[in-house]
Design a protein around this ligand. Structure first.
Ligand code: AMP
Ligand code: ZN
Length: 469
């Protein structure tokens, strides 16, 4: 089973073997952040699940085209920009920049595309136009709504049937005139203090749900392989995306829907009012290691709730250290003539590691296998050492661990064709610029290095760098 990935599909409620529409290549759409603030560690749990998914797909030989949207026009970004007295673009630019910094800090691989909603208004307008032509919409007071009664399959993802929502408190029907409380808005009429686009639909701005349908289909096609998000996205967001996309094209929209359960803090929902609300920056300020944060956030399989505790973070810090120590020991150990670690055993553990990932990304089991491997390595190094064949197997196994989990020690400051001294100089210049609050210069340095394939990580012990693989 090692070669075939299996995923639990929210749509079918079953664990299914993964088969892409086009063999070897995968279209992956991951709902991105609303860029009105710093993302919190709950959001990051979901983004890290998506990173492990992407890396696992690649490990199993798939080429991945990942899209992550940046929601830069919605109620929250508009309110934030107005309060800050900035244009929507200026306001959201800041948080987009911060978001990418957080991704780098947590070693999240970059997606192929990060479309901003405001750059895809023509595609949204076109999609609403198609829905109008096919009789799925109605207009009321300058806004355009999706008439759910025209899409009999509505509810197939979430299992929430429309009838059940008629009196539902979660459907916000007060702002606009809808015929039916369960209908949702596609295009919003202009309102005081809101940005307006003049389009063939009339003036207004897009609703949130149409953004993801339009951007995913523009970049991945009308039918694609995998769509993900947190469980809160299942209803109504993803249910509405299906109604919009399939309503417009008449084709199946997405084959596999994967949803991450939420992160809770010390057993409670994370909320600003409870004081248990954390951004990545909050944790770094308290001196925690980003690699340990990554470890903790990926340590629980994505379909289970993750209970964030400081005890858990402490344990993650120890696990990461143990891994780094073992790698360091290995680096300095000469090959033994014979050794105490049979190569076959390493091969089996490597297969078990892949098997755990293939089993709907069971990261807890994968980490368990890693720790068994580390224990065996340490015992062998305490005893008769490790022979050449076992060492080769080990290098291959650890390369796979690193490729998917990326929880190894901060990389050595060397890379082919790179002048380490110059990079250190630029890092020092960036630190000075940040101290002087010259964030434009600091960001320019980060961008310049990134263009050269050098990624910076801000850690409690200063900034470190590594070459992008
Ligand atoms: P948002 O910026 O609110 O659209 O959220 C971005 C992503 O984070 C979405 O995929 C959400 O489902 C996800 N998310 C929000 N809250 C949590 C949480 N507490 N735990 C895990 N994921 C979350
Ligand atoms: Zn979305």
């Amino acid at each position: 089973m090692e070669g075939v990935l299996r995923f639990k599909n929210t749509l079918t409620r079953r664990v299914e073997p993964f088969e892409p529409i086009e063999p070897g290549t995968v279209g992956l759409y991951t709902c991105g952040p609303t860029v009105y603030n710093y993302v919190h560690i709950g959001n990051l749990r979901t983004f890290l699940f998506e990173d492990v998914l992407r890396r696992t797909l690649k490990l199993f030989g798939h080429e991945v085209t990942q899209v992550m949207n940046l929601t830069d026009v919605d109620d929250k970004t508009i309110r934030g920009a107005n309060e800050a007295g900035l244009s929507l673009r200026e306001y959201t630019d800041r948080y987009i920049e911060a978001f990418f910094e957080d991704l780098d800090t947590l070693r999240v691989e970059r997606a192929e595309h990060y479309p901003r909603a405001t750059d895809y208004i023509p595609q949204m307008v076109e999609l609403v136009g198609r829905l109008e032509e096919r009789g799925h919409t109605y207009r009321s007071e300058g806004s355009i709504y999706y008439r759910i009664a025209t899409f009999p399959e509505y509810g197939k993802l979430s299992g929430i049937r429309p009838e059940a929502n008629l009196a539902g408190a979660r459907i916000d029907a007060d702002e606009y005139e809808k015929e039916d409380a369960r209908d949702f808005v596609l295009w919003k009429a202009p309102r005081e203090g809101e940005p307006v686009w003049d389009t063939e639909l009339g003036p207004g701005r897009p609703g949130w749900h149409i953004e993801c349908s339009a951007m995913s289909m523009a970049l991945l096609g009308e039918s694609f392989d995998i769509h993900t998000g947190g469980v809160d996205n299942i209803f109504p967001h993803h249910e509405n995306e299906i109604a919009q996309s399939e309503g417009a094209t008449g084709k199946p929209f997405v084959r596999y829907w994967l949803h991450a359960e939420h992160l809770v803090v010390e057993g409670e929902k994370m909320a600003k009012s409870k004081g248990n609300f954390f951004t990545l920056r909050d944790l770094l300020e308290r001196g925690h290691d980003p690699v340990a944060i990554r470890y903790l956030l990926i340590s629980v399989p994505y379909r289970q709730k993750l209970n964030f505790t400081f005890d858990g973070l402490h344990a993650a810090e120890q696990a990461v250290e143990r891994y780094a120590n073992t790698l360091r020991r290995l680096e300095h150990a000469p090959d033994a003539a014979d050794g105490d670690l049979p190569a076959g055993e390493v091969r089996e553990l490597r297969a078990a590691f892949r098997g755990a990932l293939a089993d709907d990304l069971n990261t807890a089991r994968a980490l368990g296998v890693l720790h068994t491997l580390l224990r065996r390595v340490n015992t062998a190094l305490d005893g008769g050492g490790i022979g050449r064949e076992a060492r080769q197997e080990l290098d291959a196994a650890l390369a796979e661990v690193d490729a998917v989990l990326a929880i190894g020690p901060h990389r050595e400051n060397t890379a082919p064709g790179v002048d380490a001294a110059e990079i250190e100089r630029l890092i020092a210049e960036r630190a000075a610029a940040r101290k002087a609050r010259d964030f434009a210069r600091a960001d320019a340095i980060r961008d310049e290095l990134r263009e050269r394939g050098i990624v910076l990580e801000d850690t409690p012990h200063g900034t470190v760098w590594h070459a992008e693989r």
